[in-house]
Design a binder for this molecule. Structure first.
Ligand SMILES: Cc1cc2nc3c(=O)[nH]c(=O)nc-3n(C[C@H](O)[C@H](O)[C@H](O)COP(=O)(O)OP(=O)(O)OC[C@H]3O[C@@H](n4cnc5c(N)ncnc54)[C@H](O)[C@@H]3O)c2cc1C
Length: 390
């Protein structure tokens, strides 16, 4: 944890107020609040603008569990300040944050219980990716409770007694700390969006169009305050898009961006583009090429055989619609596929890429090779067989 805080401090220097000032940006420290359609007040001063960007982010969402507030809990805002490893930890929520931290604390030595109300973790991900994760967490010694609700918490001295309900069956776990990771809520209150003519919803955040413009055309929004997927690189991409759309000619659309993401468990789970369920919903016929990591030489050599590469293409074409990678380094591997999608390269082109041997990303080429094999016509197959027999 001390190392993590050191790294965090080092990385945060890049976005420090000091650095921004040296770049020529006027930095005001304080809570900003709109005072009209083209002005904000901050620290007693009124700042007028031609264009503005709302990037107030999000904060932890808290579940309405009786006794939780009184018993005390950790969130992503204070869990990283712990200086002692909790002996027993309950994690509420099986999204990326819950799964990452449950696994990390378990590997530090905590006895971790993770509770998720849905029947699987990472509810947006492909089912088999989520299943691998449940298996891995259970193998790490984590007490995995899917389909389970936390209904009550009571503090008893330094302990917390937590009541769980799973398909009508009640159970109790006793822990030292509770970490809540059920999602994040956009920071839309206290900035007088109404006064600025900016529409918003408390759950989904500031309403924006595909150009990230709010209902006040001078004001844009980016990042967690307005987007469904709350990730650092999406904030970065959306803020760049706003700078382009607000200050330069030509307009870029959010929907045109290819955005991958990754959950940093071990193995990692990374995704880009469409999920199969989305493609089906959009009536796009899909064919999937899958390679299991235990068939990839480098993964075998590294002892990192858990996972797969799955690439979805539009049927009868090599157009890549989306991909999921579950592998130790999935976050690095998905970039190859994101590059292919954003550059309009199909699986046929990926099959022609030469990878050094041995690498784990060879799994992508293997998936592309499987696509190639489907292109062999019966006559070509026959010729190939004859040639091999000769
Ligand atoms: C524990 C944790 C781990 C994460 N890990 C990853 C990861 O590995 N990869 C990844 O891609 N993403 C990760 N994320 C998500 C990522 O941090 C966010 O998506 C990203 O920071 C969003 O940027 P943002 O600028 O929209 O909001 P923020 O980074 O939240 O910034 C908003 C800022 O606005 C300030 N603010 C709010 N209201 C006002 C106001 N009225 N006046 C002035 N200032 C105001 C806030 O204080 C804050 O500093 C993680 C998030 C958490 C919580």
């Amino acid at each position: 944890m001390a190392r993590m805080r050191h790294v965090r401090a080092r990385l945060s220097r890049r976005a420090s107020a000091e650095r921004l000032s040296t770049l020529g940006i006027d930095v005001y420290i304080g809570a900003a609040r709109f005072t009209g359609l083209n002005a904000v007040a901050v620290d007693g001063q009124i700042l007028r603008f031609k264009k503005a960007l709302i990037a107030t982010g999000a904060r932890p969402l808290l579940p309405p569990i009786s006794g939780l507030a009184e018993a005390g809990y950790l969130t992503n805002e204070n869990v990283f300040e712990l200086t002692e490893c909790p002996e027993r930890l309950l994690v509420i929520g099986g999204g990326p944050l819950g799964c990452e931290l449950a696994q990390a604390f378990s590997r530090f030595g905590s006895q971790v219980t993770i509770v998720e109300k849905e029947p699987m973790f990472l509810s947006q991900e492909e089912r088999d990716a989520a299943q691998i994760l449940s298996g891995v967490l259970a193998r790490d010694g984590i007490d995995v409770r899917l389909n389970t609700d936390v209904v009550n918490v009571q503090r008893r001295g330094n302990e917390k007694r937590v009541e769980l309900v799973d398909a009508g069956n009640k159970g109790v776990v006793v822990v030292d700390h509770i970490l809540v990771g059920i999602g994040r809520k956009p920071n839309v209150e206290d900035i007088n969006l109404e006064g600025a003519g900016v529409e918003y919803h408390r759950d989904s955040g500031v309403r924006v169009n595909d150009f990230l413009q709010t209902t006040n055309s001078r004001i844009y929004a980016s990042g967690d305050v307005c987007l469904e997927h709350k990730f650092m690189h999406i904030e970065d991409a959306s803020a760049r898009l706003v700078v382009h759309n607000a200050l330069f000619s030509g307009r870029e659309r959010l929907s045109a961006l290819t955005i991958p993401w990754c959950t940093y468990t071990d193995p990692e789970i990374a995704h880009v583009g469409l999920y199969v369920t989305e493609a089906i919903r959009k009536r796009i016929p899909v064919k999937t090429f899958t390679v299991l990591m235990h068939d990839v030489d480098r993964a075998i050599a590294d002892g990192e055989e858990e996972g797969f590469v799955k690439i979805h293409v539009k049927e009868r074409s090599d157009k890549i619609l989306g991909a999921t990678v579950v592998a130790r380094h999935a976050g690095e591997m998905i970039n190859n596929i994101a590059l292919a999608i954003s550059s309009g390269l199909g699986l046929d082109k990926l099959a022609r890429v030469i990878h050094p041997y041995p690498t784990q990303s060879a799994a992508i080429k293997m998936a592309a090779d499987s696509y190639h094999r489907t292109r062999l016509t019966p006559s070509r197959k026959w010729l190939l067989k004859r040639w091999l027999a000769w």
